[in-house]
Design a protein around this ligand. Sequence first.
Ligand code: AMP
Length: 403
Amino acid sequence: MSVLVKIADLDLSGKTVLIREDYNVPIKDGVVTSDVRIRATLPTLKQVLEAGAKIILVSHFGRPVAGKYNDAFSLAPVAKCLSDFLEVDVPVIKDWVDGIDMEDHQVVLCENVRFEAGETKNDDELARKMAQLCQVYINDAFATAHRAQASTHGVAKYAAVSAAGPLLINELKSLSKALREPAQPIIAIVGGAKVSSKLTVLETLSEKVDQLIVGGGIVNTFLKAAGYEVGKSLYEPDLIETASKLIKQAEENGCQIPLPVDVICGKEFNENTKAVTKSINDVEADDMIMDVGPETSKQLNEIIAKAKTIVWNGPLGVFEFDQFSQGTESLAKAIANSEAYSIAGGGDTIAAISKFDVEDKISYISTGGGAFLEFLEGKKLPAVDILEEAARAWTAMEKAREL
Ligand code: AMP
C-alpha cells in the first residue's frame, strides 16, 4: 500500500485537528437509527484526544441544496450520539467556516458540510478556509474517498499536515490485501438496479474473475441481450448492445456470466404484488422480474461453494419486499457458509447482510459503495491520491528537519 501519514506519526499535543468522518447515517424523526458508523469512529477520536488535541469534526449528511441551512439535513442527532458515547458535550457549530472558538481537548461537530456552497464543487476558497481552521487535517472517511470535494480533497492541499485516519487506512489495507493476490477461483456478484451505474466495474471484473454473477435490474438487461422476454421489468434498452458485448468479451477472457433459468415475477412494483415463480422462457409481456428463482439460486450456490474469493456488490432482486428477497437471502447465506475470502460493500448490500443476519460470516464488509466499486475497478481514489501527495511532502520536510 502507498505511504500515508498516520496519526501515530504526529505530535498532536495542543493542536487543533480537523477530522473528516462519514456520519451519513440513517436518521428518522431526528434520531439516529443505526449508530454503527458513529461507533466505528470512536477509536480515532479517542486516539486524537489522548494525544492532547482538540477536534473539529466534519461530515456530510444526505444531499441538501448547497448554500443554505435545512433542519432536515442537520447533523444535530449525530452530535447527540457522539456526546453520549464520548461522555462530553459535543456541540454542533452552524457557522464554522470562518473560525471556531474552542477550549482545550474539546470536540465540536461542524454542521453538514454540504450546506456550504463550495463543498461538492471542491471550491478552493472553502478548502483553504477549512485548512485554516486546523494544524492537522485527518481524512478517516473511506466511503467518500472517490469524491474530490472540498472536505475530502481540497482541504488536504492546503492544510499544514494531512494524514489518513485509521478507518480509512484499514479499508485500504483490507481491500488491497484481498485483491492483490486473490485465491482462485474468484467469483464476483454485481447486482442492483442499473447496468449504467456499474458498467465500468462490470467490464473490469469480467477481465479478472472466473464467474461474474449479475443480478437485480442489471440481469434483466443481460437477459434481453440474450434474447429473452423481460416484459415490464426494469432494464436499460440503450445498454442491450453493451451487455451483448460484455458477454462476448467475458467469454474471450475465460469468464462466464451465468443467466437465471427461473425468475420470480410480479405484475406491479409494490410490496403487495403477488410473486409468481416462472421458467425464464415463460415470462409474459406484463410481468416484472423482481428476483431470481429457486433453481437459479441452487445453481448460484454451487458456483459460490467452489469459489476461493468472493466479491459482492448489489442485491439479486427487490430484497426490500419479502416475496422478492429469497434470491438475495440465499446468496447471502451461501457466501456466509462458504470458506472463501468474501468481501462485500455498498449501502444496499450492507442492508441485505444485516437483514439476513450474516455480518459475522463475511470476511470483510466495506463501508463504501461508490468508493468500493471504484477501488475494485483499480481506479485511484482522489481523496487518497491527495493524501499520498501530502505524505510525500511531509516526509521530505521531516527529512530536511533531521539534517
Ligand atoms: P443499486 O443502488 O444499483 O445497488 O440498486 C439497489 C436497488 O435495486 C435495490 O433497492 C433493489 O430493490 C433494486 N432492484 C434489485 N433488483 C431489481 C429488479 N429486478 N427490478 C427493480 N429493482 C431492482
